[in-house]
Design a protein around this ligand. Structure first.
Ligand code: HEC
Ligand code: HEC
Length: 309
């Protein structure tokens, strides 16, 4: 286990934590957030020299205009190479416990170097990446560690909160329109969404099988099973945050659901039946009005997106 120092980011430089998020952000003690690292990390996040053909940066896939994901069902890297999973939103990952859809990585410091070396994403070695940054003449001398620390510090600063839902929870009883409020009650009650989508980031950071990707008796992607090798983890994926939901279609690890309404239909059916379907999923029998209310609630999870200091 890594030692973590729990730093109140709000007390730190100029970072303001949006309403609704935990004021305490876990930051590893060997990579404290500083203005310098976050600013450098932002420039690196936008740097296309970090991809083999100079065509993409982190922000190409994690687009700030789309809540840090893109509009494609599956990720597309250098030279149009297709990945097998949807680009996840990277909002509020400062609070993350594991990274990637299958949770195969345990620290953001390690995570942020993976896309650079992934042949289907940016496709460079770390040595090549560092040499390219040097050649631009625009960066201070960097090594693997300072590259990872700057990128991870910047990713930690990308936060979403202060939505109508957050203001309602904070005590503003009028913040949620009537229909969205009915949706919140369903979310916590009849529709059982809060069994997994809970806490400030609306995720338990655990892995569940909802049947997405199960077809003709098999999962196209084994998900968490790739990490644990346990048969019951086949088809289980990490519960994503639901923040800024409206701006980041399509949904799910394989981008297979195009709209919020499709997501609600998926859960209304009780997910897709398969041998390891999560026990929390049951047919919901929501009425047309209830489905609409739930949709309005999901749309009320869009608030303020902040990055940097
Ligand atoms: C070609 C598109 C693409 C590029 C470029 C890209 N990513 Fe990603 N990113 C993905 C995909 C796809 C995943 C999920 C992969 C998986 O689960 O196996 C991901 C996952 C992540 C995650 C984990 C999110 C979570 O919730 O677990 C973080 C953080 C992240 N990327 C940051 C970055 C950073 C920083 C860069 C630039 C150095 C970057 N990404 C470049 C496609 C991309
Ligand atoms: C058993 C746990 C569980 C329950 C209950 C649950 N979810 Fe999920 N949710 C997940 C997991 C896991 C994923 C990712 C599944 C995948 O991609 O294979 C997910 C994905 C989503 C997504 C897509 C997010 C994205 O970034 O693509 C939405 C939207 C969503 N859920 C909404 C809901 C709603 C609304 C309910 C209640 C009707 C609900 N969930 C109930 C675990 C759950």
């Amino acid at each position: 286990m890594r030692a973590f120092l729990f730093l109140a980011l709000a007390a730190f430089a100029q970072v303001r934590i949006p309403v609704g998020l935990d004021a305490f952000v876990p930051v590893p003690d060997d990579n404290p957030m500083t203005g310098e690292k976050v600013t450098l990390g932002r420039r690196l996040f936008l740097e296309k020299a970090l991809s083999r053909d100079g065509s993409i940066s982190c922000a190409t896939c994690h687009d700030p205009e789309r809540a840090y994901t893109d509009a494609k069902p599956l990720s597309v890297g250098v030279a149009g190479k297709r990945g097998s999973r949807r680009v996840p939103s990277i909002l509020n990952r400062a609070y993350g416990k594991t990274f990637f859809w299958d949770g195969r990585i345990g620290a953001l410091e390690e995570q942020v170097l993976q896309p650079i070396v992934n042949p289907l994403e940016m496709d460079l070695t770390i040595e090549e990446a560092l040499a390219r940054l040097r050649q631009t003449g625009r960066y201070p001398a960097l090594d693997e560690r300072s590259l990872s620390h700057a990128l991870s510090s910047y990713v930690r600063s990308i936060l979403s909160g202060n939505s109508a839902y957050d203001r309602y929870v904070a005590g503003d009883r009028l913040a949620l329109p009537v229909e969205a409020l009915a949706g919140l009650r369903l979310f916590r009650g009849k529709a059982n969404c809060a069994a997994c989508h809970l806490g400030p980031n609306l995720s338990d950071e655990q892995f569940h099988n909802t049947g997405i990707g199960f077809r003709d008796g098999v999962f196209s992607d084994a998900g968490r099973n790739l990490v644990t090798k346990r048969p019951e983890d086949r088809g289980a994926f990490k519960t994503p945050t639901l923040r800024q939901m409206a701006e980041r279609a399509p949904y799910m690890h394989n981008g297979s659901l195009a709209t919020i309404e499709d997501v609600i239909e998926h859960y209304d059916k009780g997910g897709v039946a398969n041998p390891h379907l999560d026990a929390e999923l049951q047919p919901l029998r929501l009425t047309v009005e209830e489905k609409r209310a739930l949709g309005q609630f999901l749309r009320a999870l869009s608030g303020e997106v902040r990055e940097g200091l």
